[in-house]
Ligand binder design. Sequence first.
Ligand code: DGL
Length: 266
Amino acid sequence: MDNRRIGVFDSGVGGLTVVAEISKQLPNEEVVYFGDTARAPYGSRHEDTITFFSKQIVRFLQTQNVKVIVVACNTATITSLEHIKKEFGSHILGVVEPGVISALETTKSKIGIIGTQATIKSKAYEKIIRNKRQDIEIFTKACPLLVQLIEEGLIDNEIADMTCKHYVEPLIKNGIDTLFLACTHFPIHKKSILKATNEKVTIIDPAIKTIQSLKILLEKENMLRLETNKPINELYVSGSSLNFKKIYKAINKEECVVKTVEIENY
Ligand code: DGL
């Protein structure tokens, strides 16, 4: 048994989709979440900068009595996970490997991957998929505006519908059967993405497999929280919390309290 909390971070609100999955699959666990709202989006930044930011966040989370850290950001997982593990140890999980497993379980032959500029440019997903399967056709598209719309609180409206259509339509024309959401922000646009695909393809949210892997790890290491009192998650941001609260409410159907942290001090 280990009643310490699970640390989760992202560039902004995207990682809340991963926290929602923790609440579903591991309802006893408590989370301390950090969203780097002052410095989001990460997707257009240099990889060294993203690694520098990620290390600061991990240092902050380590002051918060966490037993494990989930990097709830594809961009930070791809650019920084290995560097962070080297410095801070192995109880740090990313979203990339588990996500690939669900995508490969689902696709028949053609997979579309949407993510940030950094994620798509890295070709990390193609490399991992190619290592496991050579018979799959892969089509990718960087969708930076989708993150920015969410960080501005613009979801479930005409602008979101149009932007999703703009990015997703070319992939649909390529005949994809599976659309992999390689950015933790994107499930927040799920309704607009579904419209853009005419509900013809299977949409994969890597959070589900990521949290399955986390559950396996916690069980294996005897680290589950065994308290029965309702867990209370703690939320931190580095900048504005206005849109963060709005998106939190859209995801969780309840208000939240958000604290600010001077992340440059870590
Ligand atoms: N949610 C993030 C990801 O999964 C980062 C988005 C961004 O800040 O550009 O890649």
